[in-house]
Design a protein around this ligand. Structure first.
Ligand SMILES: [Zn+2]
Length: 391
């Protein structure tokens, strides 16, 4: 294994808690260098005291951040929903089937088509600095289609989530209890070998609190760890259930009572905010400031999916979170890196400190603040994953 020193870094985000300051959680080092040994970080510090390495890369006064950890996406699908988006944004009514449209297209696609689509969006995300991705099933809704989505996803990421409980399958429109029995029975058995996580969309029109509890507890018994789509469109039991079941993350958290905020602040469940969804549906923003002030851990993620948030850009989500959700630029960058890692219960990504994976992004800017200050500008110029330059 060879070693590489990346030097002439104007500003380095480490997310190392021992380097945290009163004004920033990012553990910043100015005039910094990073030494990579194999696929791991071996050393970080000031350039002037960097140890020797086999190779030297000069980034010319740019900022370096940990690769983004996108802890919530739905990338195993076929088709798109351009017309639905266009109608919604044009104020026209549109009677397509929403998620059902994607379910029909996904079921009709070949394995090769689904995998090519997944790889396309993962590559797109990687070029924008995302080095760890979670992705879910949820557009198959049959035993075979859910298992194949997870099998395809698991060839490309370790963070795979079984979301058979995305909506009640159209095949069970008159028998939601029968569908929950399938999701917690035969479908779970077929899916569990390919997944690390189990998720449920706990929402009016999807699954209620009792159904969500049944799904998550069945998954836990089968060795999957819970995460929950919670409180996106309305107030509801999702967040409390997530905390009670020690879910790694409650995702969306747009409609929260004070009791929900307190539960998140006291438990170890991360509040994952997905502003691409509110952007793409012109919905009310989640209040990140309220969660942070209460002491909750906040992650930021894309929710990349063809219906309600078709962006793979974490920098775009950072800009929205700063502009509209009350986050400081430093908090938003932390949430999109270290916060995402917390939401996946990982300690080997989302930070640049000795022992962590050498996953990082070089920005064509002197500071990470430019991610929010220069919205929409493609600032990520280089991406390193597991110690190799990949984009
Ligand atoms: Zn989602």
């Amino acid at each position: 294994m060879s070693s590489t020193v990346i030097t002439n870094i104007a500003s380095l985000v480490t997310n190392d808690p021992s380097r945290e300051s009163a004004d920033s959680p990012l553990g910043l080092i100015q005039h910094a260098a990073v030494v990579i040994d194999g696929d791991r970080i071996a050393w970080v510090g000031e350039s002037s005291s960097a140890p020797a390495a086999d190779n030297r890369v000069d980034v010319g006064g740019r900022a370096v951040i940990p690769g983004f950890v996108d802890s919530h996406s739905h990338l195993v699908f076929a088709g798109d929903r351009t017309q639905e988006f266009n109608a919604r944004m044009s104020g026209r009514s549109y009677s397509a089937g929403g998620i059902r449209t994607t379910v029909a297209a996904t079921r009709a696609a070949t394995d090769g088509e689904l995998e090519a689509n997944l790889v396309r969006y993962l590559s797109e995300a990687l070029r924008q600095g995302t080095t760890t991705f979670e992705t879910k099933s949820g557009y198959g809704l049959t035993v075979e289609d859910e298992a194949r989505a997870l099998r395809i996803a698991s060839a490309h990421t370790d963070e795979v989530t079984y979301l058979g409980a995305h909506i009640v399958s159209p095949d069970y429109a008159d028998d939601p209890a029968g569908y929950v029995a399938l999701v917690t029975g035969e479908m779970l058995e077929a899916c569990a070998p390919h997944a690390r996580w189990i998720d449920v969309f706990c929402e009016k029109g999807a699954f209620d609190g009792d159904q969500a509890r049944a799904v998550l507890t069945a998954g836990k018994r089968r060795g999957l760890q819970p995460r929950v789509h919670a409180n996106q469109l309305s107030y509801g039991p999702g967040v409390q259930l997530a905390v009670e079941l020690d879910a790694a993350s409650a995702d969306h958290c747009t409609h929260l009572t004070d009791a929900d905020v307190d539960a998140l602040a006291q438990g170890s469940t991360v509040a994952t905010l997905l502003p691409g969804a509110e952007f793409s549906t012109r919905a009310e923003w989640p209040n990140a400031r309220r969660l942070l002030d209460a002491g909750a851990t906040v992650a930021l993620s894309t929710d990349c999916n063809p219906g309600s948030s078709f962006t793979s850009s974490v920098p775009f989500c950072i800009a929205l979170a700063v502009r509209d959700m009350g986050m400081t630029p430093d908090e938003a960058v932390w949430s999109a890196t270290a916060g995402g890692a917390r939401a996946l219960r990982r300690t080997d990504v989302g930070r640049l400190a000795p022992g962590a994976y050498a996953d990082l992004a070089v920005l064509d800017a002197p500071s990470h603040v430019h991610l929010a200050y220069r919205p929409g500008v493609p600032l990520v110029t280089e991406v390193w994953r597991r110690g190799s330059r990949v984009a």
